[in-house]
Design a protein around this ligand. Structure first.
Ligand code: ASP
Length: 429
């Protein structure tokens, strides 16, 4: 890891700790509202990160595709990446289901706090009868696939639909390979866009310590500690699950990268802290890409392709959280979930995570897929709403960690033949 990156990571860490401290002080001295004055600084930081996402993702994937040389190479990389996503997401959900069944945070939970009553017995029967598990699962798969194909690439870019932008960039990059002469000016242009976007990312990262400091201050100064206390068992279950999964990921990463766990954590530290403070894998993506390439030594073409895809569809933290939350809600309503229903939760939580956008609160929205698949009341979401933002910070950190580890794993599985990098060519970068 370069000296400059180390310093950068330290500054970001200091920004986070100082922000947490100031947030606590403001909260307990009753000056939480002061945060409103500095909030725009945090908002600007997030906007800057978002600003660079589309040019960076489009140009990186296009150039990665161009470098890969053939659709077969893409196939090799894609299958490995998707295989990794499936396996680790399944492990994450499994870990979540185990913890929530051991701790039973919803049993005896005080529903009154959320203004919801327990379900009447009659309604409980309805819950069971309405279960439409496999149909809901099919619909969720259909939605994910349909939503991935853009009708209009410009609109997809304007709306920040990253999965659609990825699909367009892959196709466009592939076409460039088939018409090498005609595509030459375009490849040069997009190669230059990629370099400029990366340069811009580094510029924005200089602003990260201040941005993160302000974001962290804001979270604590205005948080509802009351809700945190009444839902502490539920939160502890989610965080324990995420921690367990993070240890599994760390083990995989240091085994595949042949580096110490500390090396891995330091290398992607800035991305993890940014994920924690922004609660958005998408906003963190530019920093994740820079960290993985520069500090973990992953080959550029792997990172350029695997990371944007991972940030969009690989969300271990979200999948784990969705399974815990759904079972917590069932427990709180006194509804027993059998093995089949927990299996449906297992599958739909994985899918809901794939479908969730990489933005704050997205996991909470796709929760409805999981709840309706096992016939649980959607209003149950009201129970966990108050602490969602805090849990979002933790799950997003694990999402970004999972994406980074995935890139290390896929890279370690590819031979240099699979990545036909032509470093000498002027159009290739
Ligand atoms: N905020 C998460 C992310 O960006 C998604 C979620 O809400 O779970 O990765």
């Amino acid at each position: 890891m370069q000296e400059a990156s180390k310093k950068e990571a330290q500054r970001i860490g200091i920004g986070m700790v100082l922000g947490l401290a100031l947030g606590l002080i403001l909260y307990f001295t009753g000056f939480g509202h002061v945060v409103d004055f500095i909030k725009p600084v945090g908002d600007i930081f997030i906007s800057l990160l978002k600003m660079v996402i589309i040019p960076l993702v489009f140009s990186s994937i296009f150039m990665a595709m161009y470098h890969l040389g053939t659709p077969e190479s893409l196939g090799k990389m894609g299958t490995k990446a998707v295989g990794y996503y499936f396996i680790t997401t399944a492990i994450a959900v499994f870990v979540g289901i185990i913890w929530v069944n051991i701790i039973n945070p919803g049993v005896g939970a005080d529903l009154g706090n959320a203004g919801l009553g327990a379900l009447s017995e009659g309604m409980q029967d309805k819950v069971g009868a309405n279960s439409n598990g496999w149909g809901a699962l099919f619909n969720a798969i259909k939605e994910v696939i349909l939503n991935a194909v853009p009708k209009n690439p410009v609109q997809a870019m304007a709306e920040g639909q990253i999965l659609q932008v990825i699909v367009f960039s892959i196709l466009f990059g592939m076409v460039a390979l088939y018409v090498p002469k005609d595509s030459e000016p375009m490849v040069k242009l997009i190669g230059s866009l990629e370099k400029m976007s990366l340069f811009l990312t580094h510029g924005i990262m200089k602003f990260a310590p201040i941005g993160i400091f302000v974001l962290m201050t804001g979270v604590l100064a205005k948080s509802g500690f009351g809700a945190i206390i009444s839902l502490s068992k539920y939160m502890a279950t989610v965080i324990l699950g995420l921690g367990t999964h993070a240890i599994v990921l760390l083990f995989i990463a240091s085994w595949k990268a042949k580096k110490s766990p500390m090396f891995i954590i330091r290398g992607i530290g800035p991305a993890l802290v940014t994920a924690f403070s922004t609660a958005s894998s998408a906003a963190t993506l530019p920093i994740t890409m820079a960290n993985v390439e520069e500090n973990l030594g992953v080959r550029k073409d792997t990172a350029k392709f695997v990371l944007p895809l991972g940030a969009t569809i690989n969300m271990d933290g979200t999948a784990l959280y969705e399974s815990v939350a759904a079972i917590f809600i069932a427990q709180a309503y006194g509804i027993h979930l059998g093995v089949t229903q927990q299996l449906i939760i297992f599958l739909t939580a994985s899918l809901a995570a794939i479908g969730a956008a990489a933005i704050p609160g997205a996991g909470l929205i796709t929760m409805s897929i999981v709840l309706s698949a096992v016939g649980l009341p959607i209003e149950g979401i009201g129970l966990i709403l108050a602490v969602d933002r805090v849990l979002d910070m933790f799950r997003t950190t694990v999402n970004v960690f999972g994406d980074s580890v995935g890139t290390v794993v896929v890279d370690s599985m590819l031979s240099s033949d699979d990545l036909k990098v032509d470093t000498d060519s002027s159009v290739n970068s």
